[in-house]
Design a protein around this ligand. Structure first.
Ligand code: SF4
Length: 311
């Protein structure tokens, strides 16, 4: 079954923006669409606004953020937040959400917040639909279209989407065995992102007496937060060296040197992550390891997305 990913409708080419246009994202529409089922929402159209329509802006009034239509004075704050509540049953099925940058409804960060008295604005708010979406589904990976042009942010978002999708596919109610297996398979991904968090989460899982719903929600939130920033070159290097240790008994001196050199070249920035990983995959086929075979780190998402070539 394909993962479901939410998206601002204008990013798929729907002409629903205030000016009747769209903000098509070729990466989402062409590449990502091969692997996920998009579920699109336009909160502004969803609350009954027409296309085209007067612009909405966020204003700071009486210590509150409000969404207003300056041309008419209409306040659409509660409607935009309420739209997220209205579509909540659909949000529960999602494994990620791609938001349209800068929008007072969909923007994930740095949305302009106006001072209605002076007319000046600071880029510091979150769109009101996006904010409510995050409150309702705090572990759901979110990303903006513009940030997806950065190879590191793009890779990190897709990695989180596929990991969260695997979590959502686990049978309910969760058994401790299923949670332990998930944690084991995510181990190297977590190590590559945040070693301290990896250890802390592992301790909590090991000590857990029961894995009730509250525990599971806390667990996945911790995991998704630990993965929220791209993995560093240094941490990837540690993980690659950790994997290299599994082949020690099978490789001759020259093969060991070749793999070590590829890992060091990756560490120094002269080769992409794919270089040592390709050799590791080759050795995995030659010398299968049950432990490594089940690690999602080796193949975290569909290969043809080519996300690791730019890392
Ligand atoms: S940014 Fe959001 S509200 Fe604006 S047109 Fe796109 S989907 Fe609709």
């Amino acid at each position: 079954m394909r993962l479901k990913v939410g998206i601002s409708a204008c990013l798929l080419g729907d002409e629903v923006r205030f000016d009747g246009g769209h903000k098509r994202s070729p990466f989402c529409e062409i590449e990502l669409a091969k692997h996920v089922e998009f579920v699109k929402f336009c909160p502004e159209v969803g609350i009954g606004l027409p296309v085209p329509r007067p612009t909405i802006r966020l204003e700071y009034q009486n210590e509150q953020i409000r969404a207003v239509i300056p041309k008419t004075g209409e306040d659409v704050t509660e409607s935009l937040r309420g739209f997220a509540d209205k579509v909540k049953p659909k949000l529960k099925d999602l494994s990620g959400y791609v938001l349209c940058a800068k929008s007072p409804s969909c923007g994930m960060e740095r949305v302009k917040l106006y001072d209605p008295k002076t007319g000046s604005a600071r880029k510091e708010a979150m769109g009101l639909f996006a904010e409510r979406l995050h409150q309702l589904e705090p572990a759901l990976p979110l990303e903006e279209d513009g940030r997806l042009n950065d190879p590191h942010l793009r890779e990190n978002f897709i990695l989180r989407v596929f990991l969260y999708g695997r979590w959502k596919a686990l049978p309910q109610p969760m058994s401790k065995a299923a949670l332990l297996k998930f944690h084991t398979q995510a181990k190297l991904i977590l190590m590559a992102h945040n070693q301290a968090e990896y250890r802390a989460i592992g301790r909590e899982v090991g000590e857990a007496k029961s894995v009730d719903e509250a525990f599971c929600q806390r667990y996945i939130l911790q995991v998704m937060r630990a993965l929220s920033k791209p993995a560093s070159r240094r941490n990837h290097t540690n993980v690659l060296q950790h994997i290299q240790g599994y082949f020690k008994q099978y490789l001759d001196k020259e093969q060991k040197q070749e793999l070590s050199q590829l890992i060091l070249d990756y560490h120094d920035g002269t080769l992409p992550l794919m270089a040592p990983l390709t050799l590791i995959r080759h050795y995995l086929r030659e010398f299968p390891s049950d432990y490594l075979a089940e690690q999602w780190y080796v193949t975290p998402y569909p290969e043809d997305l080519k996300l690791r070539y730019g890392l």
